[in-house]
Write a protein that binds this ligand. Sequence first.
Ligand code: CA
Length: 244
Amino acid sequence: MIVTAGSATHVGHVRDGNEDALYCGRRVWAVADGMGGHAAGEVASALAVEAVRRLDEAAEDPDEAAIVGAVEAANAAVLRYARRHARAWGLATTLVGAALVADGDEERLCVFNVGDSRAYRLAHGHLAQVSVDHSEVEELRSLGLITAAEARRHPLRNVVTRCVGMPQAPDVDTWLVSLRPGERLLLCSDGLTGEVSDAAIGLTLLAEPDPQAAADRLVEAALAAGGSDNVTVIVLDAGASDER
Ligand code: CA
């Protein structure tokens, strides 16, 4: 499988700094949304992205165990930093990504997630969320107590139930996704999904064939809708191996 990536990130209209980070590599891609305020969130997301980079640059092809290991390494790095820098105590980050993995004779994407950044798949003209948010509002939504629209405006919307930087390494959710030529995977921070509806995200991805232009347009849409948070997106396009 040949994967072509486009990516974009923006500080938004309200925040002083961009605590999001992204990684676009050979066979691994990821978005991290740092928390902890000021420089701390930027450090946490950068440490997570660094662990993902090492996974991508390892000699072995990634598999699920290596992916979980990379998230655990990120967790340990964030905790180590917190211990050495008292003012950064409480720093943490989300981490959502995808890695090309061998599955028998096929190559698939292993989507991995901790926190409330998201992975979506666009197939047959339809956008569907692959990842499950680790957040208070997702727990309320899954119980039927609030709707998805209410979740986006809920006072607890920023409270995550799992993150990278927890005293005990978080459970990592993984999904094996087949991406056929013409289909897309979107990785994004909540600076996109907090501003732009899934329906509008899907329409933008359908309207813009070039992955870089699509990533740029999604960030522009989040800024136009208010840009109240840092916003980061990666668009991954699957092509046939013999396409180029
Ligand atoms: Ca955010």
